[in-house]
Write a protein that binds this ligand. Structure first.
Ligand SMILES: [Zn+2]
Length: 75
């Protein structure tokens, strides 16, 4: 997957975005898309990224494109 997005002023790959959300390296990125929500911290645009941190886990994460807010569906 080679879809690049601007996050916090930097161009990042889908994998890099997943790694920012995870705070660690990830095994595979499944999809990246614009989320149908605004950032609760700054009102900015939010991206949804679905990724596999390991073979047995599929995580959906959300990351603001404008500030450092992020969350995962683990919470
Ligand atoms: Zn934000």
């Amino acid at each position: 997957m080679s879809e690049n997005r601007v996050v916090e002023g930097r161009m990042v790959t889908a994998r890099k975005l997943a790694e920012i959300v995870e705070g660690d390296s990830v095994m595979e990125v499944d999809s990246i898309e614009e989320a149908d929500q605004e950032c609760p911290a700054c009102g900015g645009s939010v991206l949804t990224v679905t990724y596999m941190p390991s073979v047995t886990e599929l995580v959906t994460g959300r990351k603001c494109q404008d500030c450092d807010w992020s969350e995962t569906d683990r919470n």
